[in-house]
Design a protein around this ligand. Structure first.
Ligand code: ZN
Length: 344
């Protein structure tokens, strides 16, 4: 079978790799759709991000769905032909954090397509993949393969919303409306947010954010002072989801966040200097949100029931043999939200 292997920046190759055999509690899944994530783009364009670098060839990809091809001998509740979304989160289950239910902090995590550890964990942009039964979540007939693959980024958004605490009746600001920011908009809306304002520096993602539930979408490149009206009376927002990783977005939001406001930082960034006086005086809570675990099952359930619609965020689907075009398109924010590939 074929797999998409990154060797160096802009050096993504289709390579023939062997099909593994499923173990007794595993499934062999024929991969049908795979979404290109920001981290895949970083590996593709720059060979990594921060201190995480490709040190050996690695199959990319961690947002995939497919159809069960064969089951291990001890799997009794799955059968060939069942469509599944695959969670790329593979915690050890044994370490102290797994035991506390904090699987995203697992000391021995093997997340697909990640160069955080060496040897790297090979990814899911391949025609067939062996997964643990527990990673596979049955997908409703009403969902396309591409929508099913969106369960992964939706899980990231659900985890971020959960980190913020109760959403009911809250005024929410989302800065950065790429796929994760837009999915946070959708998740916050589903969770009961009263008003959602979204900002970005590009108009295309703002239109997408509106389609999935933003009440107001502001282009802060065209109108740098667009948030100013929300600064009255010490601020208007209860919660900020910062999904751009941009220093100006984070610092700008401090003026419009109410006292005791909650900042959930989702976007990865380098080092940013912050006005500590403001954090102290307005008593902000500054929280991170990283990956997910149990939220994957919730994401699939919300998608299966039609309670969150990710279709407006799917802007391109390419065959894997056109992967270069797919990656180039995915990196163009003026025309792309989520770009996926098919693997059949
Ligand atoms: Zn663990």
């Amino acid at each position: 079978m074929d797999a998409l292997v990154i060797h160096a920046p802009l050096d993504l190759r289709i390579e023939d790799v062997p099909t593994p055999e499923p173990g007794e509690h595993q499934l062999l899944v024929r991969v049908r759709a795979g979404g290109i994530c920001g981290s895949d783009l970083h590996y593709f364009n720059h060979g990594g991000f921060g201190t995480v670098r490709i040190r050996e060839p690695m199959v990319l990809g961690h947002e995939v769905s497919g159809v069960v091809e064969r089951t291990g001998q001890n799997v009794t509740d799955m059968a060939a032909g069942i469509r599944v979304a695959i969670s790329p989160s593979r915690p050890c289950g044994l370490c102290r954090y797994c035991q506390q239910g904090l699987q995203n902090h697992c000391l021995d995590m093997r997340y697909y397509g990640s160069a955080m550890r060496t040897p790297h964990v090979q990814g899911a942009f391949r025609q067939e993949i062996v997964v643990d039964r527990s990673q596979a979540h049955v997908v409703a007939d009403t969902l396309s393969d591409a929508e099913a693959a969106m369960a992964e980024p939706l899980s990231v958004a659900l985890h971020a919303v959960r980190r913020a605490g109760p959403m009911l009746g809250k005024n929410v600001l989302v800065t950065g409306c790429g796929p994760i920011g837009a999915l946070i908009v959708a998740a916050a809306r589903r969770a009961g947010a009263a008003k959602i304002v979204a900002t970005d520096v590009s108009s295309f993602p703002l239109e997408a954010a509106k389609k999935v539930g933003a009440d107001v979408a502001l282009n802060v490149a065209e109108s740098p002072d667009a948030l100013q009206p929300f600064a009255a009376d010490k601020g208007s927002f209860d919660v900020l989801f910062e999904a751009s990783g941009n220093a100006a977005a984070l610092r700008g939001a401090f003026d419009v966040l109410k006292p005791r406001g909650i900042v959930v930082q989702v976007g990865l960034g380098g080092e940013i200097s912050l006005p500590i006086n403001v954090i102290v005086a307005k008593e902000f809570d500054l929280r991170g949100a990283f990956r997910f675990h149990e939220e994957f099952a919730v994401a699939v359930e919300l998608l299966n029931k039609g309670l969150i619609d990710v279709k407006p965020l799917i802007t391109g689907i390419f065959h894997y043999k056109e992967s270069l075009r797919a990656f180039q398109t995915a990196g163009d924010r003026s025309q792309s939200m989520k770009v996926l590939m098919t693997f059949e």
